[in-house]
Design a protein. Structure first.
Length: 175
């Protein structure tokens, strides 16, 4: 009578565990413990990732520009179109500028040849073609190893035919 032995074994297990309801409770408890342990592991992983990211960003290079936009104002046609952006490496590692791009061929930026050491100043020279009459607004994108790998600086102004207003004022006041 194998069926009678099996049913007596099941009934003895049920009576040992206090019935089916206690068996369900123990299964729920083990699931809850498993979930709780997974949450602890996830918290630890999150904290480790946060610390790793935090240390990376604290030790990164960073630009600090004196001006992020240079306004040429009103300038005469064919006048000097070279301006210089001055910046400081406020990070704690050398800052390397990999590439500089302008929005069109009328603006030619020149990047520093060597890395800028922490605390040192660097320059980016920008030459605008002042043979083109009218207003202009150009963006120059800098690609580097800084915390933000892409930085945009701008130039703007108005190229007029003839002498600029500032030169006219200086000529009138000198006479």
């Amino acid at each position: 009578m194998p069926n009678e032995e099996a049913s007596s074994t099941v009934s003895s297990e049920i009576s040992k565990n206090g019935g089916f309801s206690n068996t369900k409770k123990s299964i729920k408890r083990s699931k809850i413990k498993s979930i709780f342990n997974n949450k602890k592991k996830m918290k630890k992983l999150f904290i480790v990732c946060l610390l790793a990211f935090g240390s990376f960003t604290l030790n990164a290079q960073e630009f600090k520009f004196e001006k992020e936009t240079i306004d040429y104002g009103k300038i005469a046609k064919s006048s000097n179109g070279v301006r210089t952006f001055v910046f400081t490496n406020v990070g704690d590692k050398p800052l390397t500028i990999n590439k500089i791009q302008s929005t069109c061929g009328c603006t030619v930026p020149k990047k520093p040849e060597h890395p800028i050491m922490p605390g040192d100043k660097g320059e980016i020279k920008v030459s605008y073609d002042t043979k083109r009459l009218g207003g202009f607004s150009k963006s120059i994108t800098i690609y580097s190893n800084a915390k933000k790998t892409r930085k945009v600086i701008k130039i703007k102004g108005l190229v007029e035919k003839g002498v600029s207003l500032e030169k006219e004022k200086s000529i009138l006041s000198d006479s």
